[in-house]
Design a protein around this ligand. Structure first.
Ligand code: ADP
Ligand code: MG
Length: 468
């Protein structure tokens, strides 16, 4: 993998940063990418006027048949960057004998979403796409597969299931896409993915999309891609850079009250409230729904919840209602923390701080889609200070403390030492920050984003090093 393309700007690719501040905007053009008139019409119909940097980088290469590994944050248009080249190829005659394109995704929700993007962009053509994922009766999918669709989108487990039943045959596959490869490996799909890839013709083209490229993703690329061109669109740009992020320090027993007050204050257009467990998600949902029906004297149908224990049809329905906007408050586990794109989400609340830093990045990336404004709040209890610190290191940025009167979690503590002298990370930091006077760190005022280098000054580095 020594043919590294590096930053897109170096490889002559328009590098307008979407909402980022890395490069001056350079308008790309779908018309100069080698797309057919038919595909261009579809792009037009979808309302896409300018390609995102990922699309400008990936599409021309993918169309040439080159294997590409694209690394980019969420919300940068990765889906169309592989859907369009696939459609372009499907316009050419195939050899027959089975599906010609396969897209592997980590979750059911994402399978549906990618299929929707296919249908949107393939509108008017005869190219059919079928989504296969667990949780739905296999029979209906078998019937759809029997109609010989050109494109299959699926989760690795279910795809493998169909493969072993003989209802899916990969001998005519021309192009394989691994979407959210990092996530698929995280959740243990490696053996399934490898089995599937080994069954696809060696002559196929492989595209791999990922928000991060840790060694396991690199290994997969080395083993299963042919001289992949690596395009890194994430340079200096973590998923959440453009999103305003704040935290509240709060006693765990008062989190729900704080949530109520926060929702009242913020009046979000659409909000996702992330909880760590399925039971917690149910509990918060029920409480919110009761509160909402009291307020509106109705059934509070604009509050919903989603997690892995709900049946697939309920999950599908909730996602649909959320996408349409009839659900305004969605209480969720990390099931929806990845990849799901609902562009009108204005607020994220991490009711429970995420266990893994990457989950933080993905949760927060559910807002601020396509350069829209978004804001994320994280509730932090005293013992969760170190987790907050780890997140700050991961995103190379300090979160702002926010405050709602009456919720100063640690106001019973003695007046803190100046923040510079906070001895270690974690709890002490959270406590000190909580008790520090608001004038020192004004909750609502704009605070300039601290560049990574600022972590090398003042209270940052010591705290961070010790916290690890
Ligand atoms: P990612 O997979 O990188 O997280 P998505 O493919 O889900 O991002 O795209 C995010 C949103 O941007 C979707 O709503 C999609 O319809 C929209 N989108 C994609 N490409 C463009 C474009 N060129 N112009 C405008 N909107 C776009
Ligand atoms: Mg995606």
């Amino acid at each position: 993998m020594d043919n590294r393309a590096g930053h897109p700007a170096e490889s002559g690719v328009p590098a307008e940063a979407m909402g980022g501040d890395a490069a001056p905007p350079v308008a790309g053009d779908f018309r100069t990418m080698g797309l057919s008139a038919e595909t261009l019409a579809a792009v037009d119909r979808a309302g896409y006027t300018t390609p995102t940097p990922v699309q400008a980088g990936l599409i021309p290469r993918a169309i040439k048949g080159i294997d590409v590994l694209g690394q980019a944050r969420t919300g940068t248009g990765k889906t169309a960057s592989f859907v369009l080249p696939i459609l372009e190829r499907m316009h050419q005659p195939g050899r027959g004998g089975g599906p010609r394109a396969l897209v592997l995704v980590p979750t059911r929700e994402l399978a549906v979403q990618v299929k929707d993007e296919f249908e949107k962009l393939a509108f008017g053509s005869k190219i059919h796409c079928v989504a296969v994922y667990g949780g739905k009766p296999i029979k209906g999918q078998i019937d759809k597969l029997a109609k010989n669709p050109a494109v299959i989108v699926g989760t690795p487990g279910r795809v493998l299931d169909h493969m072993s039943r003989g209802t899916l045959n990969f001998s005519a596959i021309e192009i394989v896409t691994l979407d959210e490869a990092d996530r698929m490996l995280d959740i243990g799909f490696r053996p399934d993915i490898e089995k599937i890839l080994r069954r696809c013709p060696e002559s196929r083209q492989t595209l791999l999309l990922s928000a991060t490229v840790p060694p396991p993703v690199q290994k997969l690329a080395t083993r299963y891609m042919r001289d992949p061109e690596i395009m890194d669109f994430s340079v200096n740009e973590l998923a959440v850079e453009t999103i305003e992020q704040r935290y509240f320090t709060v006693d765990p027993t008062r989190k729900f009250d704080l949530l109520e007050r926060l929702l009242d204050r913020e009046q979000p257009r659409q909000v996702i409230v992330f909880c760590r467990t399925k039971r917690g998600t149910d509990k918060i949902f029920e409480k919110l729904q009761r509160r909402r029906s009291r307020q509106t004297r109705s059934d509070a149908e604009d509050v919903a919840c989603i997690h892995g224990d709900l049946s697939q049809s309920i999950r599908d329905r909730v996602m649909k209602q959320f996408r349409e906007g009839s659900v305004k408050v969605l209480v969720a586990t990390d099931v929806v923390g990845r990849g799901i794109d609902v562009s009108s989400v204005s607020h994220i609340v991490n009711y429970d701080i995420p266990e893994f830093c990457d989950d933080y990045v993905h949760r927060v990336g559910r807002t601020g889609r396509m350069g829209r404004e978004g804001i994320a709040f994280t509730f932090v209890s005293p013992e969760e200070g170190p987790q907050l610190t780890r997140i700050e290191i991961r995103i190379e940025r300090l979160l702002k403390r926010d405050e709602i009167e009456g919720f100063e979690a640690f106001d019973r503590r003695p007046k803190p030492a100046p923040v510079e002298h906070v001895p270690t990370g974690g709890f002490q930091r959270a406590a000190a920050a909580a008790a520090a006077s608001p004038t020192e760190e004004p909750p609502a005022a704009e605070q300039p984003k601290r560049p990574p280098s600022s972590l090398g000054k003042g209270r940052g580095p010591k705290r961070h090093r010790r916290a690890l």
